[in-house]
Design a binder for this molecule. Structure first.
Ligand SMILES: C[S@@+](CC[C@H](N)C(=O)[O-])C[C@H]1O[C@@H](n2cnc3c(N)ncnc32)[C@H](O)[C@@H]1O
Length: 218
């Protein structure tokens, strides 16, 4: 699951994870986090998610990170947002009104890059990564975030033996193992979405749960 893998997915248009509509769980559960308007939200592995527009429209400056240039270009072009680009260390930093995206590798982000963050919206990052990378991802996220904060986490779970990822299955136990020493974790939703996802039925899945967690300071 390296840069070349994701580059090929975007080049070939194999981006079934992308949603044209704003994620319903974000709209349903964001208020529960009590994140103050005007404070900055981090969206790791952001793709060209329209959820960033929704967060901006709630009054949150948004900071994303995405490794594939085509995805970042598409985000700004498809949403008719004029953006500036500048080199920032290993990244190209794209900026428009209320939204900036670091185009580059999440694992190259430093604490300084996300210094003003007060909350995280994480959809489909963990499920994009194989198990050892998930541990590295969670450790890096914890290392760069400026203190304890609220996180809205959207993942999927299914019998991993039935399909190769991505998306990978992420169990409740794994979410606990990754984050319970640092956050109070609450699972706020678990919904079987298999019937609405024929492409996963065709892969032979018997069950596909979408799970939403809120993580807050202990
Ligand atoms: C499953 S998609 C989720 C995208 C987005 N969160 C959404 O909800 O549509 C994972 C995204 O992470 C990007 N990605 C994968 N590894 C990355 C890394 N190490 N650093 C930054 N982006 C990465 C991929 O290119 C892809 O766009």
């Amino acid at each position: 699951m390296n840069r070349e893998f994701w580059q090929a997915r975007w080049d070939e248009g194999r981006i079934g994870f992308h949603q044209d509509e704003v994620n319903p769980y974000l709209q349903r559960y964001w208020q529960a986090l009590n994140v103050s308007r005007g404070t900055t939200v981090f969206v790791p592995l952001c793709g060209k998610s329209r959820d960033m527009l929704w967060l901006r429209d709630q009054g949150h400056p948004v900071v994303g990170v995405e490794v594939v240039p085509r995805a970042v270009e598409a985000f700004f072009a498809e949403n008719h947002l004029a953006a500036t680009q500048q080199r920032r260390g290993p990244f190209t930093l794209w900026q428009s009104e209320g939204i900036k995206i670091f185009q580059g590798d999440f694992f190259d982000l430093a604490a300084n890059d996300v210094a003003g963050i007060t909350a995280v919206y994480d959809r489909a990052s963990l499920i994009a990564l194989p198990p050892p990378m998930r541990q590295r991802y969670a450790a890096h996220l914890r290392a760069i975030l400026p203190g304890k904060m609220n996180v809205l986490l959207v993942t999927m779970d299914y019998p991993q033996a039935e399909m190769d990822g991505p998306p990978f299955a992420v169990t409740e136990q794994e979410v606990a193992a990754l984050y319970q020493d640092y956050f109070k974790i609450e699972q706020v939703c678990s919904e079987d979405i298999l019937a609405a996802n024929p492409r996963f039925q065709e892969q032979g899945l018997s069950r596909l749960l979408e799970k939403v967690y809120t993580l807050g300071p202990c």
